[in-house]
Design a protein around this ligand. Structure first.
Ligand SMILES: NC(=O)C1=CN([C@@H]2O[C@H](COP(=O)(O)OP(=O)(O)OC[C@H]3O[C@@H](n4cnc5c(N)ncnc54)[C@H](O)[C@@H]3O)[C@@H](O)[C@H]2O)C=CC1
Ligand SMILES: O=C(O)C(=O)COP(=O)(O)O
Length: 599
């Protein structure tokens, strides 16, 4: 049987998970647990930490050009220092006099910046989407909130993608240079038409959707690949969601709109270029790192890729003698996707409001981290916070690619009175676990509801009130994802949802149910789930396959319906087994299906 494997990459460790409480955080309508006054008091105190020490007018350093409307908003509240093109050393010197810093993609906000601030820097505002130039872990460690502006430049980026595609197809840049050089080469610059061509949109998020909409208007046939986008959202604008291989092999044009994550790094490479139609054309306004640039040069030389139009590069600015930039079939722009007057005004206002709000002690909906961890809350909830994130992470990995996650039900079983258990933290961590493996968004208590809503994920919560001692905050947490297919059919419960359940035992998160099967495996390292016919020797067989390549098994547990009937075996492993070992497990005759999951 075919092996079903799945991997996720953890983008930021739990200790940087940026947990914070705010009395201003809107609770979703589905969330009915009210806060105990004790929690509210703590929350307010925590929020005030952000604005502590700001009795005098704060100082905001704007390190890259920002729209005037945003600057006006900042000036109403703070002293604003607009200093562009600072060297890293100059930035480090200035930062000790600043309460907030606003940047775009051209400024590296490194650990040194936070270290040099001497604790004064309270907020970093990224006037745009990508936050890869900000050291988030360092920000969190230094108690600095990071906010971004995720929506105001969406249309600008989409329009630039379309502009590049049309310019590329009609050789606009090359022909312009030729005319300016005194030539008149009408035969050389015959282009190709867009109408009737197939465009594959890779990453059907905010920008990808807007590109698809516009390309439909140009008469293109649009397909998209995004393993996590809901099919109905795509269908609504006449776009078919397809697999990665189908998208790249059918496309005449490929436009990239996924975030740069470990999973998307160099996703266009020698192997994937070889699967494309000869003469394909590629547009990239996402991030340079999603393409292996050396492989692209080879594909251009071989004629597999006829042309490429690129706004973003692995290193920006790229080397002057870069073979890619100098290639005659490449059209390049200097990261201009967000650079329209309108988008920059919008982004400036969005970021100015977020930074001013944060300096006032409010928590912004677009916060990408939130540094204050209330010690009392975390001490008690910490193991459950970890359990919650891992259950989310595990559940989303069980979803078969293509079926979008829309409806998630979380059940908390506890002997505590509802208002004595603040589940916002837990829900945020489940959301984090569900979303982070599939996007570049950083999810925390502050932005979890916002992020889930933006992605069309509805998270409902339910409480089971247990008898017994309220000493421990929770007995178990259950996460169910409805209306999806699973790559591990046994994870589907009798009622048709993917279901996982976990408990904390001796301070460690344990997976205690998968679908209808009870298991018991500590949620550390990685996990292999196998469905098998219950029979002697199975644990030994799988154990020895793993043992052969020195993969350490930390836990094994078998949940079965009845002796000699169907069973699910959960195996915790410290190391990642090779593809060959996983294949051998899949080839064991009694194993009907299995899945490899990273926690
Ligand atoms: N060139 C420029 O100036 C600009 C570039 N950008 C970049 O564009 C990209 C997209 O931005 P948004 O649409 O705002 O983000 P988004 O988060 O709304 O959309 C990203 C989409 O990619 C999907 N995705 C995640 N992993 C994937 C995978 N392995 N394969 C296919 N799809 C996958 C996600 O499910 C999501 O739907 C980001 O990298 C952003 O930094 C955004 C604005 C301006
Ligand atoms: O918002 C983004 O992710 C962008 O890439 C735009 O970058 P910029 O603000 O123009 O430097």
């Amino acid at each position: 049987m075919a092996a079903s494997t799945s991997q996720t990459l953890r983008l930021n460790p739990i200790r940087n998970a940026s947990l914070s409480l705010s009395s201003k955080l809107p609770l979703s309508s589905a969330f009915s647990v009210s806060l105990n006054p004790r929690w509210r008091q703590q929350s307010r105190r925590l929020v005030l930490i952000v604005s502590a020490g700001l009795d005098a007018k704060p100082t905001i350093l704007v390190a890259e050009k920002l729209g005037a409307a945003g600057l006006d908003l900042l000036k109403d509240f703070a002293n604003v220092d607009c200093s562009y093109n600072l060297t890293p050393e100059e930035l480090c010197t200035k930062i000790s006099l600043c309460d907030a810093l606003i940047v775009r993609s051209g400024t590296k906000v490194s650990r040194e910046v936070f270290e040099s601030s001497g604790g004064r820097l309270k907020v970093v505002g990224r006037a745009g989407v990508g936050i890869d130039n900000v050291d988030l872990a360092a920000a969190t460690e230094h108690g600095c909130l990071v906010v971004n502006a995720p929506t105001a430049n969406t249309v600008a980026a989409a329009e630039h993608g379309i502009a590049l595609m049309a310019a590329m197809a009609r050789n606009v840049a090359q022909a312009d240079a030729s005319v300016k050089a005194g030539k008149w080469q009408r035969n050389k610059y015959v282009g190709v038409s867009l109408v009737g061509k197939t465009l594959a949109v890779m990453g059907f998020g905010k920008v990808g959707t807007e590109v698809a909409r516009r390309a439909k208007g140009l008469g293109m046939h649009v397909i998209a690949h995004d393993p996590y986008a809901p099919a109905d959202r795509a269908r609504a604008i006449g776009v078919e969601l397809v697999s990665f291989d189908e998208a790249i092999s059918k496309a005449d044009f490929i436009s990239l709109h996924m975030p740069l994550t470990p999973a998307t790094s160099k996703v266009l490479n020698d192997e994937t270029f070889a699967k494309m139609k000869k003469g394909v054309r590629i547009v990239n306004v996402a991030r340079g790192g999603v393409i292996d640039e050396d492989a692209l040069v080879k594909a251009l030389d071989a004629g597999i890729v006829a042309q490429a139009a690129l706004d973003v590069f692995t290193v920006e600015p790229p080397a002057k003698d870069s073979k890619l930039i100098l290639h005659e079939n490449v059209t390049a722009t200097p990261h201009l996707g967000a650079s329209t007057m309108e988008a920059q005004e919008g982004v400036a206002i969005e970021i100015a409001e977020a930074v001013v709000g944060a300096l006032k002690g409010e928590l912004a909906a677009t916060a990408v981290n939130a540094p204050m961890v209330p010690a009392e809350v975390l001490t008690e909830l910490k193991p459950y916070v970890e359990l919650a994130e891992k259950l989310g992470r595990l559940a989303v990995q069980l979803v078969a690619g293509g079926s979008g996650v829309k409806s998630v039900k979380v059940t908390y079983a506890s002997a505590r009175a509802p208002d004595d258990l603040d589940t916002r933290l837990l829900r945020a961590m489940i959301t984090k676990g569900l979303i982070e493996p599939i996007s570049s968004v950083f999810v925390n208590l502050v932005n979890a509801d916002f992020t889930a809503k933006q992605r069309g994920i509805r998270i409902t919560e339910e409480r089971i009130i247990l008898d017994g001692s309220p000493e421990s905050p929770l007995d178990f947490i259950q996460v169910q994802i409805a209306n999806v297919e699973s790559k591990f059919a046994s994870a589907i419960s009798e009622s048709g949802e993917i279901k996982v359940e976990g408990r904390v035992k001796d301070g460690i998160a344990h997976l205690t149910r998968v679908g209808s099967f009870e298991v018991d495996v500590s949620m550390e390292g990685s996990l292999i789930l196998c469905r098998q016919v219950d029979q002697p020797g199975m644990i030994g067989t799988v154990g020895s396959i793993l043992g052969e390549e020195n993969v350490n098994v930390s836990f094994m547990s078998v949940g079965r319906i009845a002796p000699r009937k169907q069973a699910v075996m959960a195996i915790g492993v410290d190391d990642q087994p090779s593809k060959e070992s996983l294949k051998k497990i899949g080839d064991v005759p009694a194993i009907e299906e299995f899945v490899f999951l990273k926690l």
